[in-house]
Each structure stands twice: as C-alpha cells, then as structure tokens.
Ligand binder design. Sequence first.
Ligand code: GAR
Length: 211
Amino acid sequence: MKRCVMLISGRGSNMVSLLDALHPGECVTVISNRPEAGGLAIASARGIPVATVDHRGFVAREDFDAALAAEIDRHAPDLILLAGFMRILTAGFVEHFAGRMLNIHPSLLPAFPGVHTHRQALAAGVRLHGCSVHFVTPALDGGPIVAQAAVPVRVGDDEQSLSARVLVEEHQLYPRVARWFLDGRLSLAGGRVVLSGEVPVTGSLHAPQVD
Ligand code: GAR
C-alpha cells in the first residue's frame, strides 16, 4: 500500500475529505506549520500521528523547509498532499518531492494564484470560478494541472458564499485525484500529467482526456 503525508495549516476540511477516501494506514502522518491548526486534533482523534514544524521557529525560509522535508522524509511517503498548507515553499524543497506532491488551490488556475482567490474572482467579475488540483513545482500555483471543478458565480455572492460553493467541489475533487495517484494511474512525466483508466464525467469535474 502506498504511503501519503498531508500538510495542513488550518481547519483541515480538505484533509478530512482525503482521509475519508484513503485506506486505513495510507495516511502515515499529518504535519502542520501551525500548532493551533484545528485539523491536527481531528487527525489525532482518528488515530493518525501528527507533528508540527512551526515556521515561527525559523528565521530563514530554507531552514524551515529543510526541517519540514526531514520530518516528511522520516515517513518515506509516496505522495505528499498539501491540504490548505499556506506556506510558500522553496525551489529546493519542491524539487526534492518532484512528481509526488499535489496541491489544491481554490481557483480555476492559472486565474487567481496566491491568496484571497474568491475576492479576486469577485473583483474580476468572472461568471465561473472553482478549484484546481495540480502537481507542485517551484512556480507558485503554477504546476501542471491534473483536474479542475467549476462552479457558477451568482449575483449577490460574497467571499463567504462563493468559497462555500467552491469548497464543496474541493472535497469531491481532491480525494478523487489523490486516489488516482495512489492507485498508480496518475504521474508526471516530462512535466506533463499522465492519467490512465476511466475518468467519470460529471457536471463540474474536468480532467484530462484518457486514451
Ligand atoms: C481550501 O480552500 C484550500 O483550497 C485553500 O485553503 C483552504 C483550506 O481549507 N488552499 C490554498 O489557498 C492554498 N494556496 P481547509 O483547511 O478546510 O482544507
């Protein structure tokens, strides 16, 4: 069975949706950069070992990333899942985990990288918004996109209503993509996403065409 590590910074709702989709034992640890992250207690209550590497204990970003990489490597994971992990990672860290680190981002990339994505979408006046799961590369939120899910932006939406609508899709999309990877169907080859097998067609999910 493959081994995965999850990185979180906050409440951990994506982490929960991922844990629900994994086999027991498949998630070997949950690591946070914030000791107060609500998701840590949820993971612990489910019997999953947790750890904190507090970024506030490091002056240089490289030193934090080295400590985090060491903590991850102790578990020898096949896959690292960033689930609401709100730190910018150095190129060295990202390259160390190349091809085995996924992130979920709350926008239809390449639109609205960075933070406050729902605010950005409302300000831009887009009518479609959503979320993206991508392989992590040194370019911030710029790695190869595996799959996306779209939602409408409705008249009267604010950041809260829009983010709630997107979050419902995040909780569907990320476990599905993680499952593809853990089942050996998804990989990165020459910087391109390779996906085999059948991909279900749903109203909001958009994934690569499969031969
Ligand atoms: C989610 O919306 C996730 O997509 C986003 O943070 C939220 C975390 O919520 N991630 C990013 O913005 C990464 N740049 P959660 O802790 O409930 O999963």
